[in-house]
Design a binder for this molecule. Structure first.
Ligand SMILES: *[C@@H]1O[C@H](CO)[C@@H](O)[C@H](O)[C@H]1NC(C)=O
Length: 328
């Protein structure tokens, strides 16, 4: 920026623009989950600094400078609202909101992720109207922030399939009723929202409706033998593409959009190739796939095999050069 331009801008009282994110050629969303606020789920509400923490906004800035533009922020519903339809714990809400605002003020996307597996206090959420109220209350807090995305819930599993449909629809209805009409909504499916098993389990979710037409189907895909993301070995160099093939076709057949909300692989050459295979398959089909998010960064991962936390996380050191290719 030329000095005299800067002086003119300051003199005119022009607000400084948010940092410009790198221009994207392939994906709308390329990012990472930011763990911390969902940790210690065996202790509800738990103690800040002991059971859970919040993501480090300095670390998020570093990841933004690398080219990530989307940050999924997991937290626990019970900590935000001790009663599902009740009022907020203001301290937890403020801390969550601070992270969201740090992300969105930098021009990136903040994905609000109740990391609850379709459960509340350990019980399957069975009353869709309660879930609708919860989402209406939460979305009201973020209704004016256009860079927020709402993720209805992390990884529904072992639930009635019609209930998964009804809960997602209730979330959409609650969010829109709160006046949050501009934001994307990421819906998730049953069976841990796996992409590789999506068509076997979640076909009924194609009937979800949104008056704003901004539904994105969030699927998760790991590359180890059982697809759970618990092993640092990947099945083969081509497993990434293989595991999203049927879901890609489902998105196309039904005129839907998708995002891989979690993926990862260990710090080894087979996994680096497998990750590339996954991302190439998504990029080739970016008419239906809007992007992908690595699992996961966060200040408390220590030596976790998939840690993307700057600067000494295992994946930050070993995988970022593979991922950088997809950010520009
Ligand atoms: C919020 O974060 C502050 C530190 O910034 C901490 O002292 C406080 O306990 C946190 N509150 C909750 C409810 O997480």
């Amino acid at each position: 920026m030329k000095v005299n331009t800067l002086l003119v801008a300051v003199a005119a009282g022009t607000a400084m623009a948010a940092p410009q994110l790198k221009k994207r050629s392939g994906f709308t969303f390329f990012g990472v989950s930011e763990s911390g606020a969902e940790f210690g789920e065996q202790n509800i509400p738990g103690v800040w600094g002991t059971d859970y923490t919040f993501p480090d906004t300095e670390a998020i800035s570093t990841l933004i400078s690398k080219g990530f533009n989307s940050f999924r922020i997991p937290f626990l519903m019970e900590r935000l609202t001790p009663e599902i339809t009740g009022s907020f714990d203001e301290g937890y809400l403020n801390n969550l909101t601070s992270v969201v605002n740090a992300v969105t003020n930098a021009g990136a996307w903040a994905i609000i992720d109740p990391h609850n597996y379709g459960r509340f206090n350990g019980e399957i959420i069975s009353t869709a109207s309660d879930f609708q109220t919860w989402w209406k209350n939460v979305a009201s807090e973020f209704a004016d922030n256009k860079n927020v995305i709402f993720d209805t819930n992390n990884e529904y599993h072992d639930m009635d399939q019609t209930l998964v449909l009804d809960l997602n629809q209730a979330a959409i209805n609650g969010i829109r009723a709160a006046g949050a009409t501009s934001q994307y909504i990421f819906v998730e499916g049953n069976s841990y929202t796996g992409a590789w098993t999506w068509t076997d389990n979640n076909d009924n979710l194609k009937s979800l409706t949104d008056p704003q037409d901004k539904i994105v189907y969030e699927m998760h895909q790991y590359l180890d033998t059982d697809g759970s993301g618990t092993n640092e070995a990947c099945v083969s160099e081509t497993i990434g593409a293989e595991r999203v093939k049927s879901a890609t076709q489902w998105l196309k057949d039904n005129g839907k959009l998708g995002v891989i909300g979690e993926f990862a692989g260990g710090d080894n050459d087979v996994c680096r190739a497998a990750v590339k295979s996954l991302l190439d398959a998504l990029k080739e089909n970016n008419d239906v796939w809007l992007g992908a998010l690595w699992w996961a960064a966060g200040p408390w991962w220590g030596d976790y095999m998939f840690s993307m936390e700057p600067t000494d996380g295992t994946a930050y050191k070993g995988m970022i050069s593979t991922l950088e290719t997809y950010m520009g």
